[in-house]
Design a protein around this ligand. Structure first.
Ligand code: NAD
Ligand code: UDP
Ligand code: UDP
Length: 315
């Protein structure tokens, strides 16, 4: 029988793509979400599928269900969202991880944590390999997310050492694609929406900070390959696209592909904004035989089409 799979945060951007792909593979999928940042809209196309079940629940509270595998994605992910109620962000990461791990322990499920490149903070090692311990400010405005996710990783490894749980930790780097929330403040969604609406493109700082952008389909492939890897493969493992762009370069690509007349508007750089980020994905290539396939321009075109349609609908 196919494993029954729980996806926490399944109504979010990455979660809804993951639920959809798991259903395509013939799995039974239980999506648990409290709609804090996700939306029912994202999963409406899945509701007709008899193998899909939606449960409104906050993972800060215990959850008693019977499943074989768990993808733990529940957590606000964009800086605007996770800084809106920072105490809640740490609670979701830490209490959520404890509940998901307690559940996995009781039902002997395999459990995957959606961790993040933010565990590397403002990295002094470039590109970032998994062995790097990071450079994180413990008391800044990003700490609720960064330290929450670091503590969740600790819990995952302690549940493995103490209770022999089958765990998988994926360190996800910046991901984009259709299904992103238009107002979540992330750079790809902001730039595309601004360009399509003819507004100025807001660059924080000089735009020389870098990020490496992974298309969501590639990311979901990576997460599923990690989940399906042998039990001794725990990670942490970087899942991201290693092609690095400055934020100014990204702005230029978006302006070109939208044929926009938008100008650049430079704004102050937020506190603790990482200066550079690029994954070393040697481990993912060697252990999972995974690497991203979608080039930035192709992925951005698909994301532009998605936002174009969304904006036309809401006009
Ligand atoms: P998202 O905000 O779209 O999705 C998060 C989902 O979790 C939402 O549907 C939200 O409603 C739900 N949620 C939040 N708190 C919850 C709670 N207490 N109980 C139940 N559900 C709750 O974000 P996303 O981009 O899809 O990110 C998914 C996961 O991947 C997150 O854990 C995030 O930290 C991680 N991640 C994402 C990126 C990225 O670039 N998108 C990068 C690194 C890590
Ligand atoms: N938990 C849960 N679902 C389960 C089993 C446990 O939500 O099916 C929660 C439980 O409420 C507890 C947490 O997971 O707070 C950690 O469980 P664990 O068994 O590790 O610890 P304990 O119950 O001994 O505190
Ligand atoms: N950024 C920007 N303009 C925007 C939104 C973001 O210049 O309108 C910058 C931001 O300061 C950061 C980078 O783009 O340097 C990526 O930001 P995002 O919030 O998408 O992700 P994260 O900082 O978590 O990697």
């Amino acid at each position: 029988m196919k494993p029954r799979i729980l996806v926490t945060g399944g109504a979010g951007f990455i979660g809804s793509h993951l639920c959809s792909r798991l259903l395509e593979r013939g799995h039974e999928v239980l999506c648990v979400d409290n709609f804090y940042t996700g939306s029912k809209q994202n999963i409406i196309p899945l509701l007709d599928n008899p193998r899909f079940e939606l449960m409104r629940h906050d993972i800060c509270f215990p959850l008693y269900v019977e499943v074989d595998e768990i993808y733990n994605l529940a957590c606000p992910a964009s800086p605007i969202h996770y800084q809106f109620d920072p105490v809640q962000t740490t609670k979701v990461s830490v209490n959520g991880a404890i509940n998901v791990l307690g559940l996995a322990k009781r039902v002997k499920a395999k459990v995957l944590q959606a961790s993040t490149s933010e565990v590397y903070g403002d990295p002094t090692v470039h590109p970032q390999p998994e062995e790097y311990w990071g450079n994180v400010n413990p008391i800044g405005i990003r700490s609720c997310y960064d330290e929450g996710k670091r503590c969740a990783e600790t819990l995952f490894f302690d549940y493995r050492r103490q209770h022999n749980l089958r765990i998988k930790v994926a360190r996800i780097f910046n991901t984009y694609g259709p299904g992103m929330h238009p107002n979540d403040g992330r750079v790809v969604s902001n730039f595309i929406v601004q360009a399509l609406q003819g507004q100025d493109i807001t660059i924080y700082g000089e735009g020389d900070q870098t990020r490496s952008f992974c298309y969501v389909d590639d990311l979901v492939d990576g997460l599923m390959k990690l989940m399906n890897s042998p039990d001794d493969i725990t990670g942490p493992i970087n899942i991201g696209n290693p092609v690095e762009f400055s934020i100014l370069e990204l702005a230029k690509v978006v302006i070109e592909l939208t044929n926009s007349r938008s100008k650049i508007d430079k704004r102050p750089l937020p506190q603790d904004d990482p200066k550079q980020r690029k994954p070393n994905i040697t481990k993912a290539k060697e252990i999972l035989d995974w690497e991203p396939r979608v080039q930035l321009r192709d992925g951005i075109r698909k994301t532009i089409d998605y936002f174009d349609e969304l904006l036309k609908k809401s006009a």
